[in-house]
Ligand binder design. Structure first.
Ligand code: GCB
Length: 593
């Protein structure tokens, strides 16, 4: 799906700002047809944002069920004769949309966009009422999964199996945009690059609607045409290509025209391959340094915020990171656009988190995960849709170097194989150009895991020194090394997608003990020492970039504190330590050895 982007033929209006808003605890809105008139008894709510941290009532913060957003929008008179599209970048987790009295769209999945052609439902030059019913319920048919119960007082409660707060709302921009009636409906590119000769290639495939000729021009960053093609499909050779990479995130631009419409796509020419235990970018081995992150901040919750994004990337650069994982859901498309321009490598993850119903403090001991009544066919369908939407949205980003199908599913359960095999095949069919991975959980070590052979990279989340061997870094070091060496025998690149310790800002302890900032540094130091001893470990992603909000729990004092930055994006000592390591001279050339 194409991002809303202005061009000579397209205009975009972002419907950000204050919308009318109402909680609907009694689910009265649907029977009362609340979309048919201005929302009665409404308050105002910020968009984009989660609503949860903008209210003062506990019941509202933890509300489970429908909420309603509504606003009027003036449709430009100049759009007469154009096609008009209404688009939501993210409505978490399920939404139905009305333009005036007409239902125009419905969507499940809280982190990918959807849109509707509303040309016939709006009048140019007039005001239109847009209403969105949003629902935040997680069930065994949703990704991520959850369970809803009703308390003695009749209040609905949401339980879930993942470790971040179930924020909800219109989390990303809502758009009204225009295109000509004949238009470029979709576009995909793949690129090739030969590092020996510098020969590059951009293959494009456009889906078009309506009449008119289709053509494409590839331009360099200065706007000079370097290749062109006629038709909806083409292969554009780029001799002497400037390859995209972290050190030089060079972007070409592909201008595709169909009839009167023009759509421009930034294109980075690069290749990603897995060869034995190495990950190659443009034919060269690459080592990943970075973090699992979250879209999370005070007040905004999971609402996209350009200010937070700019600060986060500034900190990623400052600390010397070259990569991150969009744990545990697709991030705003603005983030991937920015990563393309900044040269950050991204492991792009679906919202399939919490597919492990017996895990630790969030699950029930002994519970089975995969099968009817649990993570069964409905969840698999939702998971497949989430994968298709992720790939359709993000496949053109050079920054995206791998697809992560899930985080910490119970892959020690034999039924996990039947669940994952078709999903992995679907991903490979949709995009044969990128490696596929998932983040493995501690309860599925190499001798128990039943799915890793289906994937290209071995990604493991390990908490030696925290959940395993808590407070005992000596035992942790032995355990971590033994397990990574066992994984290394599979001959694939290993990326440690999570390791770390909670550190309460300002808490110190000598010798280092758990929860102190000193222990966080000590655990990270120990882990990195182990990784450096195992050549198959090609990447280290600390959990987490910054502290983040979780469901309330006795072990989560004001959230998860495994960030090396605080929630307001200031460095803990671990961030200074990583900066020294990741931006300093290579290990062999350090004065301290
Ligand atoms: C994990 C999860 C992550 C949690 C983290 C923790 O394994 O993947 O979502 O936040 O552990 O801190 O417990």
């Amino acid at each position: 799906m194409l991002a809303p982007r202005e061009s000579r033929s397209r205009e975009c209006r972002r419907l950000d700002g204050l919308w009318r808003f109402r909680f609907d605890p009694g689910t009265e809105g649907t029977t009362g047809r609340w979309w048919q008139e201005p929302l009665r008894g409404a308050r105002e709510m910020a968009v984009p944002a989660s609503y949860n941290d903008l209210v003062t009532d506990a019941g509202e913060r933890e509300h489970v069920g429908d909420v309603w957003y509504q606003r009027d929008v003036q449709v430009p008179a100049t759009w007469e004769g154009q096609r008009i599209v209404l688009r939501c970048d993210a409505a978490t987790h399920r939404a139905t949309v009305w333009a005036g009295d007409t239902e125009v769209a419905g969507h499940a999945g809280g982190y990918t966009p959807f849109e509707a052609d509303v040309t016939d439902h709006l009048r140019c030059g007039e005001s239109a009422r847009i209403t969105i019913r949003l629902n935040n319920e997680l069930t065994m048919a949703t990704i991520p999964p959850g369970v809803i119960s009703v308390s003695a007082s009749g209040r609905r409660k949401q339980r879930y199996f993942h470790d971040f707060f179930n924020y909800a709302g219109l989390h990303r921009p809502v758009w009204l945009y225009s295109t000509p009636r004949s238009y470029v409906a979709d576009l995909s590119v793949t690129t090739a690059f030969d590092p020996r000769t510098g020969a590059g290639r951009v293959s494009y495939h456009a889906v078009v609607a309506g009449t008119g000729p289709t053509s494409a021009v590839l331009r360099d960053a200065a706007g000079e045409a370097v290749a062109d093609g006629a038709g909806a499909d083409g292969v554009l050779p780029v001799p002497g290509a400037r390859a995209w990479g972290p050190d030089d995130p060079y972007l070409y631009r592909l201008d595709v025209r169909h009839g009167p419409d023009e759509f421009s796509l930034p294109v980075g020419i690069r290749t990603v391959q897995v060869e034995g235990p190495r990950l190659l970018l443009n034919g060269e081995p690459v080592a990943l340094r970075g973090f699992g992150m979250h879209e999370d901040s005070a007040l905004h919750g999971k609402g996209h915020d350009d200010a937070r994004m700019v600060r986060d990337f500034a900190l990623l650069k400052w600390v010397g990171a070259n990569s991150f994982r969009t744990s545990h859901y697709p991030y705003a498309e603005e983030v991937l656009d920015y990563a393309d321009r900044q040269g950050l490598l991204v492991i792009d993850e679906t919202p399939a988190v919490g597919l492990h119903l017996s895990l630790g403090h969030m699950g029930d001991a002994g519970a089975r995960t995969f099968g009817p009544g649990a993570i069964g066919e409905p969840a698999a369908e939702a998971h497949g849709a989430a994968l298709r939407e992720l790939i359709s949205r993000d496949r053109n980003h050079p920054s995206v170097i791998a697809w992560s199908v899930a985080n910490e599913p119970d892959t020690a359960e034999p039924a996990a194989r039947g669940y994952f095999a078709p999903l992995v095949s679907a991903v490979r069919e949709l995009d044969p150009s990128r490696p596929v991975c998932f983040a493995n959980v501690a309860t599925a070590p190499p001798e128990a895991d039943v799915v890793t052979d289906l994937f290209d990279l071995i990604c493991v989340n390990r908490y030696y020194g925290w959940y395993a061997d808590p407070g005992d870094l000596e035992a942790a070091e032995r355990g971590l090394e033994a397990e990574l060496r066992a994984w290394a025998r599979q001959g694939k690149p290993i990326l440690v997608t999570e390791f770390g310790a909670d550190a309460l800002p300002g808490l110190h302890a000598l010798p280092p003990t758990m929860w102190s900032e000193d222990y966080q540094v000590a655990l990270i130091t120990m882990s990195l020492r182990v990784f450096r001893r195992i050549p198959e470990v090609i990447g280290e992603h600390v959990w987490n970039f910054a502290d983040f909000a979780t469901a309330q729990a006795v072990h989560r004092p004001g959230g998860n504190h495994k960030g090396v930055f605080t929630r307001d994006r200031q460095p803990k000592p671990a961030a200074w330590f990583l900066r020294e390591l990741w931006t300093g001279p290579p290990p062999g050339q350090r004065s301290s050895g």
